[in-house]
Every structure is written in structure tokens, then in C-alpha cells.
Design a protein around this ligand. Structure first.
Ligand code: FAD
Length: 560
């Protein structure tokens, strides 16, 4: 029985009820997924429970960069920059189809945050800490070279002092999470979405499992475990409260918004990191048919499950782009999609959201609940290694058992293995040839390979089962794959987190949603009214990411 097929959900939940695990992980974002993989591959029996869909929290709403965080250098976070900087190359090797090299251009504008000397030294230190070598080392470009790299900067010609040009990586955070979940599954971890942990179970005052609820059926049940780790991101304090251990350090939530415009309206040739007049910096990143711009950084006190984007957030990002690229003149009508996430930061007295550290921290309560919060997408593997090593010490002390050392640095993620980017490129060309025969737009070669890697073949093989025109047939084959191999249960799991279409190809959802939802109905035996509800939910989500109002919708977000 496949533990990655939503069709087997009932049996998977029966398994959960009848097993006592070494470890229950609460939360299926990148942190929880990384922990499940590291712990399972080191010999622990693991269950991971996610209350919504995998990566539906912060891990589908980041800037989607695997980066060292240049700006943390300014805050002297040397240890953080060194660790995540080094992790970039490792995570790229684990999934070169999903973590792609992306050169970043930092324009130097007269009177801007960074001067040429400061930038040159800063980028040198950044590369040095991360161990960057060879051609990837930073280059300082003069005005002419900068305009060759990015002709759209022409509007700044009079004030342009050149640029810094340095190496980063780009990914899809939600796909990185699901591939970690799937890889953990290969080592026996049982990971399930739409199962919420409502409470902790104790034996002799020690945490000994969780009380949870199947969100689909509302059935409550217990899962027993020797150890419970909360990787609940912005919800970490909610569980600490249930454990009566919310003392000392607490989370501080900071909202970050991104907007998406068609690439033809903002045709940058490459990724940029540039100044905004309020002293912050934002990214503009080209991605196939779109360019996305982000992010904001404002304190947030609302519901982390439903983070509203206000018109003022959108205005801020449009203004930022228009100030740097006055000739582009982006307007509200250009905004095709958007997303907002909250950073679960560790609160620091008298610091603004932008200034607070992005370091991760582990809290251990008197009852034995272990919580991990803070950190970066980029550092997930190291965070996981630290948690499992802590569990290893406990297993040795409590149960006289030893764990294998972590090998996650060498475990390729599902979708591979690819030896390097060259191999990915050769595979992509092959997929391009197959798509041409099927009459599909060549755009889908990048889309398939950078999302699914070698799993693209299985999707294309399935495509022949559907007699629609090629684009719809492809979407139906992908939906089949997402449900049977990636635990997609609801249409938005598919349109958003398995494929990224909600953000990066929203018009395609409108074209294919009818047949795709009919497929969901037939796979899951939905009634007519359920199909109607789910169709309305997809429409509501499309409106949520593409329509904005002033403050009313943005709730309590306040500019820092
Ligand atoms: P989450 O992804 O939020 O996962 C926690 C999960 O726990 C959620 O899915 C939630 O539903 C689940 N959960 C909560 N309570 C329960 C419960 N009771 N029962 C079951 N499940 C539960 N980092 C980078 O490295 N690069 C970037 O470019 C970058 N950009 C960012 C931009 C923004 C705007 C933001 C907000 C963050 C960014 N980050 C970036 C940081 C990065 O996204 C986060 O560090 C990371 O995604 C956190 O992952 P997580 O798994 O800890 O939390």
C-alpha cells in the first residue's frame, strides 16, 4: 500500500492509531519534513502530522530563495550567514532540478544603502563565509557591464554606480517540502496531512504522544510516541501554551508579501536585489512567464492561517519597483497573483521586525516537549540534524539506543538523482522533445522538470489516458500524480502547493479547473454538493490572491 496516495488515507490513519512511534513530528512545513527525513534515515520510527496541507504555512510563502541572507551580514549574524551560506550548495546538490543557481544583481545607486567599497567587501565576506569558489565568486560590475546584464536599469543611468553580481539559488519551497516528505517516506516515515494535533498526551508527567483529529472526518484519535517535536512554525507557541510551558522567549510574527506580474510587463533579464526609499531592500525575480517582487516586513497579530494582503502592501511593492524601474510603470491591473507569509521570529525587545534575528532556537519543556522555531528555509537540513542529534542523546540515556550519524547531506531528494545541473539540462531537452510531439507549449518543459525532476516521465506517460487538448490533459495527468503519489487531498493542494500554478500561472487554473475538479470528484467519490463547495473554494482562493482592499482586509498589519 502506498503511503503517499490520498486514496489510501483511511488505511494510513489506521496505521497511525495502531503504532507506537519513536517520534511524532507536529507540522509539515520544511522544518518538520526535514526532521522526519533526518530522523527516519537515522533509524527512528517517525510519524509526521500536518493540520492543513504540507507546506501550507510559511513554507509555501517565502521568497523561494536558497540564500545566505546578505542583509544579515549588516546585522553581524556571522554564524547564521556561514551556516546557511554553506547549506546552499548542499541543498542544490540534493536536488539540482529544484534548487537552481540564480545569479543576483545588486545595483549601486548614488546615495543608496550600499556604496561600491562596502558592497565589494560585504559580498567578498559573504562568499568567503559560504565557501564560494571559482566562477561563482562575486564580481563588481561597472555601469556599462551592469546595463548589459540588466538593460531595464537604463532609467537609473545618471545615478548608477555599477553593481555587485553574486551567486544565490532559487527553488520552489512547497515542492522542496513535499520532496523531503516523500524521501522521508522511503525511510519508513509516515507523513499525513489534514490531521491536526489538538493536545498532548502525558504519562507520569512526560509527553508520550498526541491527541489529534482527522480534519476530513472530524474523528479524534491518539498517536503514541516516545518523543514529540513541534515544528509548528508560527503556531509553535500555541502548542507550548497547551503544554503549559510558554515561558521566557516567545514568537514574534512578521508578515511578508510578494506580488506577481506577467514577465512581459516587467521583463527583467535576471534576479535583482535593490533599495527601497525607506531603507529596506526588495527582490525582483523572473520566473518563467512571470516576475515576482517581495517582500514587505511588518509586525502581524492576526490569524497565521489566513494572512490578508492589503492594497497598501501591494502599493508598497509597486512603488518600490517603479522607483527603481520608472520606465516600466507597473500598475495595479498588472498584479496577477500574490502571497503573504509570516516569519516565526524569536522576539527581541526594542528591535523592529526587519532587525530581529532569523536564527533558529530549540525549546525543551519540563514535560519533554521539544519545539523548534525561527530559522530559514535554506537551513532546514541543519536544523533537522540538530533536532535528531538531541533526540539521539535522549534515546541513549532513556532507552540505551544509539542512532546512526546523519547522512542527509548525501540523500538525494525524490525527483532525482541528478549528478549536476548539466544532467538536469540534458533531461529537460529530452522532455522538451516529448512535449513537442504532444503539441504542448515548450514553456511546460521548464515547468515540469523544475517542479518534478525525473518524475516528469511518469506524468507524461499518464497523459495519454486523457483525451482533452494537451494543456488540460497535462493538468489532469499532474492531478492524478499529485493525488496518487503526493497526498494531495483538495484541489488547492494541487493548484497551489504541488504545482505553484496559483502564483506563477494563475490563468491556466481558469482554463483547466473544470476537468481537474471532475477528476477529484471521481477519485474521491464526491457528491454534487461537495464538488460545488470545492469549486467555490478554488474561486475564493483565486480572488484572495488577486483582489485587494485597503486596511480592512489587511487587518492588524502595521508598517514597522
Ligand atoms: P511552517 O512552514 O509554517 O510549517 C509549520 C506547519 O505546522 C504548518 O504547515 C502548520 O499548518 C502546521 N501546524 C501548526 N500547528 C499544528 C498542529 N496543531 N497540528 C498539526 N500541524 C500543525 N527562508 C529562506 O531560506 N529563503 C527565503 O527566500 C525566505 N523568504 C521568506 C519570505 C517570507 C515572506 C517569509 C515569511 C519567510 C521567508 N523565509 C525564507 C523563511 C522560511 O520561509 C521559514 O523559515 C520556513 O518556511 C519555516 O518553516 P517551518 O516548517 O518552520 O514553518
Amino acid at each position: 500500500m502506498s503511503l503517499l496516495s490520498s486514496i489510501n488515507r483511511k488505511e494510513i490513519i489506521e496505521n497511525l492509531k495502531s503504532t507506537t512511534y519513536d517520534l511524532v513530528v507536529v507540522g509539515g512545513g520544511i522544518t518538520g519534513a526535514g526532521i522526519a527525513l533526518d530522523a527516519a534515515s537515522r533509524g527512528m520510527s517517525v510519524a509526521l502530522l500536518e493540520k492543513n496541507d504540507f507546506s501550507s504555512g510559511t513554507s509555501s510563502k517565502s521568497t523561494k530563495l536558497i540564500h545566505g541572507g546578505l542583509r544579515y551580514l549588516k546585522q553581524f549574524e556571522i554564524g547564521l550567514v556561514r551556516e546557511v551560506g554553506r547549506e546552499r550548495a548542499i541543498v542544490h546538490k540534493l536536488a539540482p532540478h529544484l534548487v537552481l543557481a540564480e545569479k543576483m544583481l545588486l545595483p549601486l545607486i548614488k546615495g543608496g544603502t550600499f556604496g561600491p567599497l562596502g558592497t565589494s567587501i560585504g559580498l567578498f565576506v559573504y562568499d568567503f563565509l559560504a565557501g564560494v569558489t571559482g566562477d561563482d565568486k562575486r564580481k563588481m560590475l561597472n555601469k556599462k557591464q551592469t546595463l548589459e546584464k540588466e538593460p531595464l536599469l537604463e532609467g537609473q543611468r545618471d545615478v548608477l554606480n555599477g553593481s555587485g553580481y553574486y551567486a544565490e539559488y532559487r527553488t520552489d519551497d512547497a515542492r522542496l517540502t513535499i520532496e523531503n516528505i516523500k524521501t522521508a517516506g522511503k525511510y519508513g516515515a509516515l507523513c499525513i496531512n489534514y490531521v491536526q494535533v489538538d493536545d498532548l498526551k502525558y504519562e507520569d508527567g512526560r509527553v508520550a504522544g498526541v491527541r489529534c483529529r482527522n480534519i476530513e472526518t472530524n474523528e479524534a484519535f491518539d498517536v503514541k510516541a516516545a518523543y514529540v517535536v513541534s515544528a509548528a512554525g508560527p503556531w509553535v507557541d500555541t502548542l507550548r501554551k497547551k503544554d503549559n510551558s510558554l515561558k521566557g522567549k516567545r514568537l514574534f510574527l512578521s508578515k511578508g508579501v510578494h506580488i506577481v506580474v506577467p514577465h512581459e510587463r516587467f521583463p527583467i533579464q535576471q534576479a535583482l536585489y535593490f533599495d527601497v526609499t525607506d531603507g529596506r531592500m526588495v527582490f525582483a525575480i523572473p520566473r518563467q512567464r512571470v516576475t515576482y517582487i517581495g517582500t514587505t516586513d511588518t509586525p502581524y497579530e492576526g490569524d497565521p492561517d489566513r494572512i490578508p494582503i492589503g492594497q497598501e502592501d501591494v502599493d508598497y511593492l509597486l512603488d518600490a519597483a517603479n522607483q527603481m524601474f520608472p520606465d516600466v510603470n507597473l500598475e495595479m491591473e498588472d498584479v496577477e497573483s500574490s502571497w503573504a507569509g509570516v516569519r516565526p521570529l524569536i522576539y527581541e525587545e526594542s528591535k523592529s521586525a526587519s532587525e530581529m534575528s532569523r536564527k533558529d532556537e530549540i525549546f525543551e519543556s519540563g514535560s519533554g516537549l521539544i519545539s523548534i522555531a525561527g530559522g530559514k528555509l535554506t537551513g532546514y537540513r541543519k536544523m533537522a540534524e540538530r533536532i535528531t542529534s538531541l533526540l539521539g542523546q535522549k534515546l541513549a540515556k532513556d532507552h540505551n539506543r544509539s542512532l546512526k550519524p546523519s547522512t542527509s547531506e548525501k540523500i538525494p531528494l525524490t525527483g532525482g538523482p541528478f549528478q549536476n545541473s548539466g544532467e538536469v539540462e540534458a533531461y529537460r531537452k529530452g522532455i522538451g522533445r516529448k512535449l513537442a510531439k504532444l503539441g504542448l507549449d515548450p514553456f511546460y518543459a521548464d515547468y515540469l522538470v523544475y517542479n518534478y525532476g525525473k518524475q516528469s516521465d511518469e506524468i507524461l506517460n499518464k497523459l495519454n489516458a486523457f483525451s482533452n487538448e494537451p494543456e488540460t490533459a497535462l493538468a489532469r495527468a499532474e492531478a492524478w500524480y499529485a493525488i496518487h503519489h503526493e497526498l494531495a487531498l483538495r484541489p488547492m493542494d494541487f493548484f497551489n502547493r504541488r504545482t505553484g500554478r496559483l502564483y506563477f500561472n494563475l490563468p491556466s487554473i481558469r482554463r483547466v479547473m473544470g476537468p481537474v475538479l471532475e477528476d477529484f470528484r471521481s477519485y474521491f467519490n464526491w457528491s454534487d454538493s461537495r464538488l460545488k463547495e470545492e469549486t467555490a473554494a478554488v474561486q475564493e482562493e483565486i480572488d484572495w490572491v488577486s483582489k485587494f482592499e485597503y486596511s480592512a482586509k489587511a487587518g492588524k498589519a502595521v508598517s514597522s
